[in-house]
Design a protein around this ligand. Structure first.
Ligand SMILES: [Zn+2]
Length: 367
């Protein structure tokens, strides 16, 4: 933490303390009120720290050099632009302490969180709601542990967001290089690899206004450009190797095949089109596609389905569970996208027939 309380309750920053306090003062954590001390290091900016054995909930000792530096850099960035900014401000009504709190001239109040450590979905949702329900916007900026490389982890998916459209982005900040990193247009391509557009900008060369335009800017991508055209499917050998998968999803899938008297090698290729990975579906595509097709077969020829029935398929199929990643900043309508694309395939295969806008009729009851 950069701010501590003195005996008289006033706040002092670590930098000021170093310069102005000639003799050691008693210092306290603004969160838990336990004694803290000023720590001057070579690796971290001067800051306050608890003595050992602290169980402070608001300031963990896990605050890394990268996090401290990021907070300071962002703070300086706002100050330079003459934007009202507070660091480590306590919001008693919310019982939350954002890294930074800014107030813009038009009255907007924005909590800024520079997230460097892991956070659970529940906590992320709870904290975000806390801000939104009390008139604050919130801007989550991810630290270096969230940079995207070859693949996506659950951790990164948590912070995926979309500004309208069906394009997904992730915002990161590298406090060591003072660069904002922007991953835009993230999706899985036909080689089952994560695709994204990457751009970065020096924080000091941006104004907050320019940043917001950049951050909220809609992607210019024509929808799923790379996903159109020739379909590729999982190779036969890869398909057959699924027989050896021991994880829960695959065991259940193989069991369902057996119960329905289907064999893996006889299933149609279009169930195995690539990508089989997805931003939102944790269940591999061939599995939920198989379940969805069987769900239609079970409904029977002549029955109608529409988008509102999707939740019946997703939520009520206890024996065929479709598992999603936690993506709290993505709207449900975006999660339906893969299903809608698959429906186009089912129409091609003569299993569904379009019957009005977003309404379809089942026309086949077996593969
Ligand atoms: Zn404390």
């Amino acid at each position: 933490m950069f701010y501590a309380e003195m005996k008289d309750g006033s706040r002092v920053s670590a930098a000021d303390y170093l310069v102005f306090c000639e003799k050691p003062e008693e210092l306290y954590c603004p969160g838990c009120k336990h004694p803290v001390f000023c720590k001057k290091g070579t690796k971290k900016l001067t800051h306050f720290a608890h003595y050992s054995n602290s169980d402070c909930k608001q300031f963990s000792e896990g605050e890394t050099a990268i996090h401290l530096l990021g907070k300071q850099r962002l703070f300086d960035w706002f100050q330079k632009q003459k934007i009202t900014v507070q660091m480590e401000a306590w919001l008693p009504k919310l019982q939350q302490r954002p890294d930074l709190l800014i107030q813009l001239d038009d009255g907007r109040k924005i909590a800024i969180e520079y997230q460097c450590s892991p956070i659970s979905n529940e906590k992320l949702v709870e904290r975000t709601k806390g801000y939104l329900n009390n008139g604050y916007e919130v801007l989550w900026i991810c630290g270096p542990d969230y940079f995207i490389n070859q693949s996506l982890s659950q951790k990164q998916r948590l912070f995926l967001y979309s500004e309208g459209g069906a394009s997904f982005s992730l915002l990161c900040f590298n406090s060591e290089t003072d660069e904002l990193l922007f991953y835009d247009d993230i999706y899985y391509n036909k080689r089952n690899q994560v695709h994204y557009n990457f751009s970065k900008k020096k924080l000091c060369q941006l104004s907050f206004k320019a940043f917001e335009e950049w951050y909220k800017g809609k992607s210019f991508r024509s929808k799923n450009r790379e996903l159109e055209g020739t379909n590729f499917y999982l190779s036969y050998s890869k398909r057959m190797s699924l027989l050896h998968r021991k994880d829960y999803s695959h065991r259940l899938f193989l069991e369902q095949l057996y119960i329905r008297n289907h064999s893996l090698h006889e299933l149609p290729n279009w169930l195995f089109y690539l990508p089989t990975k997805d931003l939102f579906y944790q269940t591999p595509a061939y599995i939920w596609k198989y379940y969805f097709t069987n769900w239609l077969f079970k409904k029977g020829v002549g029955e109608f389905i529409q988008i509102s029935d999707f939740s019946e398929f997703i939520e009520h199929s206890k024996e065929n569970p479709v598992i999603f990643y936690d993506t709290p900043f993505v709207k449900e309508k975006n999660r339906n996208q893969p299903l809608l694309i698959f429906i186009q395939e089912l129409i091609k295969q003569g299993i569904l027939k379009e019957s009005g806008r977003n309404k379809w009729r089942v026309t086949k009851s077996s593969f």
